[in-house]
Design a protein around this ligand. Structure first.
Ligand code: AMP
Ligand code: ZN
Length: 450
């Protein structure tokens, strides 16, 4: 362990040495899902990246306190629940459960706390009251409350907005908007009678999306914490607005690091619900892929690089994972690993999470001439970070069903008699049963295929 993690910080646009405020503790907040639908595999790429970051921090000996919000009230949710004629809770609960199921299947460690927006409305109202008192927010004619970006001189520091674009006084009420709308944003939105809302000093309304993350992150992690994460689409307006609200309120730095992962693309375009170019974990499982193959695929790209999703690349990831499992099946374990490989592996992950390089080093180790017992020890250390559950395969020979084994033995016989046609036929038959043969110097090796 080297304790020399370097991370890219969007605040400074530089790779910096990571030093927590209160070692060995690390406070980490990551924006969670909007539970209006199943997560798509683009969302999941981000959650895998954040999990890798947590696992690297833990491998460095840090004690991570991880908070991830669940956005269970927001423009899209309200619209969809209304269309379905159900309450917000009835509408969001199945997607919330599905989200946790996805995390489990992807071997993503659960956060310590999953605060829900609807359970923190009181805290949000109090927070907004402070912003109004400090003159950073104002109440509009309709009872909505807006953050006045002209009162926060550092507005735009995270997303490096050109100050000239800022339209002070103009307002945006929607939860999501583009860089073209650099305007005062809604902290509290007035609602019409009959719409979902809560009582407040400004009349019935509901919170905007950005305020929930300031309130819930600071409630659980304090006014200043170590790492704030998400994907790059959140840099503006979401994270920018969180900084304005939080630093405006406390006068202190909000998060020391902002780390945002790049997107998963499809045909060169961001995977997004609105573009209808998305797949869920259920979609990929329906095609016979394992969730861990998606995790493997995510490991092959650096988190700050875009990754274009194709079924071919997912198949390649599934094959690589299968091969890796087969490699380790007949290894036994010792207490002594391969120091040189471990040094290289941890150097790679410490260098702004260079996981693709770390994965290549793992494969180098697998193919090396070191005794398998030593390789096993290092491999398990690596997999604590990569999370491919290789311990379920290491040292556990494949249990080949009797019918398959019979065909394998039969094929060995005909091959020895040089009846290659029959041998090929038997190979095909074995394949149909989901197994593959590899002829090695020590005899045939049977592998499971997808
Ligand atoms: P949402 O449920 O829409 O709030 O998104 C959950 C997380 O997924 C957020 O951190 C988003 O920034 C992230 N995200 C959305 N689309 C993509 C994508 N195509 N690739 C990677 N992350 C994404
Ligand atoms: Zn957020």
């Amino acid at each position: 362990m080297t304790v020399s993690l370097k991370l890219y910080n969007t605040l400074t646009r530089q790779v910096e040495e990571f030093k927590p405020l209160n070692p060995p503790h690390v406070g980490m907040y990551t924006c969670g899902p909007t539970v209006h639908d199943f997560a798509h595999i683009g969302n999941l790429r981000t959650f895998i990246f954040e999990d890798l970051l947590q696992k690297v921090l833990e491998a460095e000996g840090y004690k991570v306190v991880r908070v991830m919000n669940l956005t269970d009230i927001e423009d899209k949710i309200i619209k969809k629940a209304k269309e379905k004629g159900v309450s917000l809770e009835e509408f969001t609960t199945p997607y919330e459960l599905a989200f946790f199921e996805d995390l489990r299947k992807l071997n993503i460690k659960y956060a310590d706390i999953y605060p829900k927006a609807t359970e923190h409305i009181g805290g949000m109202v109090k927070y907004i009251e402070v912003l109004v008192k400090k003159g950073l927010a104002y109440v509009a004619e309709d009872g909505s409350v807006y953050f006045d970006i002209s009162k926060f001189p550092e507005y735009g520091k995270l997303s490096q907005l050109d100050k000239r674009e800022v339209k002070a006084g103009a307002r945006v009420k929607a939860d999501e908007y583009s860089k073209e709308d650099v305007q005062d944003f809604a902290l509290w939105k007035s609602v019409d009678p009959g719409e979902v809302g809560y009582d407040s000093p400004w009349g019935r309304g509901r919170p905007g999306w950005h305020i929930e993350c300031s309130v819930m992150s600071q409630q659980y992690l304090g006014e200043t914490f170590d790492i704030h994460g998400g994907a790059v689409d959140l840099i503006f307006p979401h994270h920018e607005n969180e900084i304005a609200q939080s630093e405006g309120k406390t006068g202190k730095q909000f998060s020391m690091f902002f780390v945002e992962g790049e997107h998963l693309l499809v045909n060169g375009q961001k995977m997004a619900k609105s573009l209808k170019n998305y797949f869920t974990l259920r979609d990929i499982e329906a095609k016979g892929f394992e969730p861990l193959a998606l995790r493997y695929l995510a490991l092959t790209a650096h988190y700050r690089d875009k990754l274009n999703f194709t079924w071919k690349s997912l198949q390649a990831a599934q094959n690589a994972l299968n091969n890796l499992r087969e490699e380790v099946r007949d290894w036994d374990q010792s207490k002594i690993g391969c120091a040189e490989y471990e040094r290289r592996f941890f150097n790679a992950v410490d260098n702004d999470l260079n996981v693709p390089q770390a994965l290549a080093i793992l494969w180098e180790l697998v193919k090396s001439d070191y005794p398998t017992s030593a390789k096993a020890e290092s491999l398990l250390k690596f997999d604590k970070i990569l999370g491919l559950k290789l311990d379920e395969y290491l040292g556990k020979p494949l249990e080949v069903p009797e019918e398959v084994q019979k065909l394998v033995d039969q094929r060995e016989k005909v091959r020895k008699n040089k009846d290659f046609q029959k041998s090929d036929e038997l190979r095909d038959e074995i394949k149909k049963m989901g197994y593959e043969m590899e002829d090695t110097p020590t005899g045939p090796k049977v592998k499971k295929v997808l």
